[in-house]
Ligand binder design. Structure first.
Ligand code: B1N
Length: 832
């Protein structure tokens, strides 16, 4: 096809699909409304307008996307493949406008047409293809990879239903399915021509090949088709637009045919339905593993699709398979994609007749593994039976990998049978399991934790044997967050104030925020800083009024805990603080108290009873406290339902105090902690996860620290922790617990919260009672400092100014340098 006849300039301007000025954007928008949505303004809905704008933006992305792909293909660039079962992207429109640098033009253009850009952004259904921190981290990393011009692909699953929508009824969480695709998705393009086939189930057969080699082959009893859907990921102020490639499962046509031909129409439709189940729904558990067959099927499905796709790309660039690890660096986002190690071995050996040694060299040079959790219940293991029935050939390969691995262990640690049992890829202590973390460690050349403390604990504890075996594989890569979405887009006023003082290069080089320190005592700057925080708080107050029908005072201290509900995160420790303040007021209604608004947001896994009970308790306490005349509005408790990326973007800018209060040694890193502090919130926190490093950066005088250290927690646990002793010796704690236990917050029903109270009194495995006194004392400090607004503002400015380390750009630079060995590739705009 020759397009040469058409001048390049003409092609680019064919239908105003590249121009970035306000006039062109408006014209293109109306053009899309007409030709894509098939509407004229009188009939157009808000969704039509949103779609027309989304397509207008997508056109601008496409030019960059195509040029990026062409550049990588020509240069055969080394590429990062980020394998993740979750990508919690959040809405695309605003982010793309920021990264294209046309946010203000478009806002103005829409205003001229009588439309509000805010309203159009609100219209977007966010792709909630993740649970929490792990999925959001993957999304921040894609933004940074593109911004840093690193050739990269995100590979995952296009769940038809993402994380459930959360409703609150009578104070309880109720789940509703997330139908995020129902209004169409303008950001993705299906690529059916790159579909691949996936085998499942069946058995293996052994045969001798033409060269007399003994070989295995997999005879599956089910085949499904994976169809890729691509979404462009544009970097900030660069032409690089990388790809997020998500797989949908379908029944292959050939498979239908068999049943159709035999007249079994319903059987064929049934098979089709079963196949499509694979990508139907995201498992809604954060930090825990369920061991369900469908989940393993999902993991294998997207991993096999992705590896086959990468082999296709390699061949498309005329590179030999032996170069796989030179072309690609694959990062495993936790063990969810760890089956990759075996699947790549299978593809190389069974499909491409490679010998074991070479296949193994390529495989372990390809993969690197990030661990995200120390919680024992989150470590994935699959019963051998289940594993073998779904992936019989992979089980054979795992036995072979294990045998060779244990031989190595035996050489390095002779006569240490206990160690072999501990390290084996197979857990044989009872029912037999495949240990996915062990597989990931053996099959990767690099292993990392997500904060300094977390990596240290991995080395000392959870992965200690692997650290002793392969010390060179271990590094720390502290998490980071993207300042484009979590500052420039979500806190435009603060971003503009910062830019007016130090220029805008902090957006790509977050360390430059440090220059704000020179204004920390500048009264005018302080006033502006405070005014903007106040503005964000007022906006959140309006949202609360509209959604919860609760009036909150924007002058009160906004004390916020927004994250998934889990006992180790200790939302109920904050509740004990609320009840304590309430008790103080009830004992003395005239007590002097710093007015506070406690705001909670977060989802509980649908099967996690205790987490759901804590949500109920927050709403129950709120119902009493918010209405008690003795309180005189000085305390308010708000539960914001359906916490997601969109809501998070409203919350971070409005926070005064960020609650990061997990039991020391439990939160691998946390990333919300970074987003809050970047937006000028002060942190009250334990020495856990990345809190340790945040405190190091902002200075201990600007951080509210409380609680046991990890070592103290270990020590207490080892020496028989008795929470009841704290209850009996701390009068305020006893009063708070008794108040909850009495049914005071549950209309006299003393049974409702008994499971929670009993657990705290008898178990308290997360040490709430041990940390209670320290937490309350620290909160009293917080209240005192808040009264001195000049001091608070100073601390707030210093927190934001010193958050440079926690940009995901820094994290990605660390991965590129230490693990991936990949360099930036500059993309120029050449074609349309
Ligand atoms: O990963 C985040 C960390 O900042 C958090 O501290 C950590 O809790 C989180 C199974 C997980 N770890 N493990 C998960 C998610 C889904 C699932 O099915 C486990 N999430 C984390 C980013 O490093």
């Amino acid at each position: 096809l020759s397009l040469d006849a058409i001048d390049l300039q003409d092609r680019c301007e064919l239908s105003n699909r590249t121009g970035m000025d306000s006039e062109t954007l408006k014209r293109a928008f109306l053009n899309n409304l007409f030709y894509v949505q098939g509407k004229f303004p009188a009939l157009a809905t808000t969704n039509d307008y949103y779609m027309a704008l989304a397509y207008t933006v997508r056109d601008r992305l496409l030019q960059r996307w195509i040029n990026t792909a062409a550049t990588y293909t020509e240069l055969g660039s080394r590429t990062v493949a980020y394998f993740s079962a979750e990508f919690l992207m959040g809405p695309h429109l605003g982010n793309n406008l920021i990264n294209l640098g046309i946010y203000d033009q478009v806002e103005q253009g829409m205003a001229e047409l009588g439309l509000s850009l805010d309203e159009l952004q609100e219209e977007e259904e966010e792709p909630g293809l993740g649970n929490g921190g792990l999925g959001r981290l993957a999304a921040c990393y894609l933004d940074s990879l593109a911004t840093l011009d690193i050739p990269s692909l995100g590979y995952g699953i296009r769940y038809e239903f993402g994380i459930f929508d959360q409703d609150i009824r009578d104070g309880w969480q109720v789940e509703r399915t997330d139908k995020w695709l129902s209004a169409g998705n303008p950001w993705e393009i299906a690529r059916p021509e790159w579909s691949v086939e996936i085998k499942l189930g069946g058995h293996t057969e052994h045969y001798t090949d033409d060269h007399g080699n003994y070989r295995s082959r997999w005879v599956p009893d089910q085949v499904v088709k994976g169809i890729p859907y691509d979404t462009p990921i544009l970097g900030y102020q660069t032409n690089t637009a990388n790809t997020l490639r998500l797989w949908t499962a379908e029944a292959p046509e050939s498979f239908d045919f068999r049943s159709f031909n035999s007249g079994d129409y319903l059987g064929a439709v049934y098979e089709k339905m079963i196949s499509e189940n694979i990508s139907k729904v995201l498992y809604p558990n954060d930090d825990s593993s369920q061991g369900k067959q469908l989940r393993l099927t999902q993991q294998f499905f997207f991993v096999s699709c992705s590896l086959q796709d990468m082999i296709r790309i390699l061949h498309g660039q005329n590179l030999p398979l032996e170069n796989f690890h030179k072309k690609f660096a694959v990062q495993l986002n936790d063990t969810h994609p760890a089956i990759s190690v075996v699947e790549l071995m299978r593809l190389l050996i069974d499909h491409h007749q490679m010998d074991w040694e070479q296949a193994w060299t390529i495989t372990h040079q390809t993969f690197a593994y990030t661990n995200h959790t120390l919680l024992p219940e989150a470590l994935e293991r699959w019963p051998i039976e289940l594993f073998g029935s779904l992936l019989p050939r992979h089980l054979e390969l795992i036995y072979e990998i294990n045998q060779r691995f244990l031989d190595e262990v035996r050489i390095k640690f002779p006569d240490d049978e206990e160690r072999m049992i501990r390290m084996s890829l197979i857990d044989e202590s009872g029912e037999r399991y495949v240990r996915m973390a062990h597989l990931a460690c053996v099959g990767s050349h690099a292993i990392n934790g997500v904060a300094a403390l977390h990596t240290e604990l991995l080395q000392k504890d959870v992965l200690r044997d692997f650290y002793e075996m392969y010390p060179h594989k271990f590094t720390n890569k502290t998490n980071g967050v993207t300042p484009r979405r979590f500052m420039v887009l979500s806190n435009s006023q603060l971003s503009k104030l910062i830019t007016s003082k130090i220029g805008d290069s902090w957006i790509k080089n977050l360390k430059e925020l440090q220059q704000l320190e020179q204004f920390v005592d500048d009264a005018g700057f302080q006033v502006e800083w405070r005014r903007i925080k106040q503005h964000s708080k007022t906006e959140l107050a309006t949202y609360i009024q509209n959604n919860n029908n609760i009036t909150v005072d924007p002058d009160s201290l906004f004390d916020i805990q927004a994250k998934r509900f889990h006992e180790y995160k200790r939302q109920h420790l904050s509740l004990l603080h609320i009840v304590t303040l309430y008790n103080r007021i009830k004992a003395n209604p005239d007590i002097e108290i710093t007015p506070r608004t406690f705001i909670f947001g977060g989802k509980a896994a649908p099967g996690y009873f205790m987490a759901k009970l804590i949500i109920k308790l927050i709403n129950s306490v709120g119902n009493v406290v918010n209405r008690d005349p003795d309180v005189r509005g000085r305390l308010k408790v708000v539960f914001l339902k359906d916490y997601n990326v969109k809501l998070a973007q409203r919350i971070y800018p409005a926070a005064d105090l960020s609650e990061q209060i997990s039991t020391a040694g439990k939160e691998a890193s946390g990333t919300g902690n970074m987003k809050f502090a970047l937006n000028g919130a002060l942190t009250i926190g334990t020495l856990d996860g990345a809190n340790v490093e945040i405190r190091e950066e902002v200075g201990e005088e600007n951080f509210f620290l409380f609680g046991l250290t990890t070592e103290e927690v270990y020590h207490k646990r080892a020496h028989g922790y008795r929470s009841r002793d704290y209850y009996h010796t701390n009068a305020e704690l006893k009063l708070a617990i008794d108040r909850i236990a009495s049914g005071f917050f549950s209309q006299g029903d003393a049974e409702l919260f008994r499971p929670l109270v009993d657990d705290l009194l008898n178990q308290d495995q997360y040490f709430l009672f041990a940390d209670y006194a320290s937490y309350i004392a620290c909160q009293d400090q917080v209240a005192a400092v808040y009264k001195d607004q000049t001091k608070w503002t100073r601390m707030s400015i210093l927190n934001a100014a010193r958050m440079g380390k926690f940009s995901s750009d820094r994290s990605i630079e660390d991965y590129c340098r230490d693990i991936w060995k990949v360099e930036p590739v500059n993309v120029e705009l050449r074609q349309c």
